[in-house]
Each structure stands twice: as structure tokens, then as C-alpha cells.
Write a protein that binds this ligand. Structure first.
Ligand code: HEC
Length: 110
């Protein structure tokens, strides 16, 4: 008896890759939350701290400050015009940057 055991390979089923739909292509825009964070880190961290808990400036984490500045517009005006020891940013930042940093602060700095 001389059995030949070769040739019994089971063919691998072809792995069909599911091409996941990416949906319609969205234009590549820098998210305003990223801009807000960048502005915050560049302009506000020194006085308000990375988490907003305050250094020279007060705690601006969501809480009382959102009662004081109930609308985003009122907080944007504060940042634009400054208050007491806080410098004005109206001459240093664009309206879009101010809106972005305020949204970042109001959103809990994260
Ligand atoms: C030189 C330090 C300094 C810098 C820089 C600074 N702040 Fe302030 N900020 C202060 C001080 C001081 C106050 C309190 C002003 C007062 O009540 O007289 C304040 C107040 C605030 C308030 C209101 C807090 C409250 O309870 O009334 C917000 C909101 C705020 N800052 C956001 C920002 C943002 C956003 C930036 C960056 C664009 C920034 N600050 C940059 C010092 C600073």
C-alpha cells in the first residue's frame, strides 16, 4: 500500500474586505473647538490655568460663571473688552477666535 496524501489542501475562502462607506466627503476644516483650545492655551492659561480653575484670574469652569455670563455673547464681550486685571483681546483676536475660545470655556475646557 502506498498512499499519496498530498494534494488535500483546503482552499482558503477569499477574504472579502468590506469597504466601509465613509459617507460623503466632508470639507477639511479645522474644528472651532481646536481653535478655541489653541487660543485658550496661548492667551488664557497663564491667568486661568489649563483646567480653568484659576491662577491670577478667577475660576472660569462651568458653574457660577455661566450664571454671570448667561449668553455666549456676553462672555465674548468680556473677552473682547477686558475687565479689571484682565486684558482686552479685541485687538489681538478675531471675532471667530473669541467665539471659539468662549465656546471652549463654556463647554468645560475639554
Ligand atoms: C492677565 C491675566 C488674564 C488673562 C491673560 C486672561 N484673563 Fe480672564 N480674567 C482675569 C481676571 C483678573 C479676571 C477677573 C476680572 C474682574 O472680575 O475684575 C478675569 C475674568 C474672566 C472671566 C469672567 C470670570 C468671572 O467669574 O467673572 C472670564 C470668562 C475670563 N476671564 C476668560 C478669559 C479668557 C477666555 C481668556 C483668554 C482669551 C482670559 N480670560 C485671559 C485675568 C486674565
Amino acid at each position: 500500500m502506498d498512499e499519496d496524501q498530498g494534494g488535500l489542501e483546503v482552499p482558503c475562502p477569499e477574504i472579502s474586505e468590506t469597504v466601509e462607506s465613509q459617507g460623503p466627503a466632508e470639507p477639511q476644516t479645522v474644528e472651532s473647538s481646536t481653535i478655541g483650545k489653541n487660543v485658550y492655551v496661548l492667551r488664557c492659561v497663564g491667568c486661568h490655568g489649563i483646567d480653568g480653575s484659576g491662577v491670577v484670574g478667577p475660576d472660569i469652569r462651568p458653574g457660577e460663571v455661566l450664571e454671570k455670563y448667561a449668553s455666549a455673547e456676553s462672555m465674548e464681550a468680556l473677552v473682547r473688552e477686558g475687565l479689571g486685571e484682565m486684558p482686552e483681546f479685541g485687538s489681538k483676536l478675531s471675532d471667530a477666535e473669541i467665539a471659539a475660545v468662549v465656546a471652549y470655556v463654556r463647554g468645560g475646557l475639554g
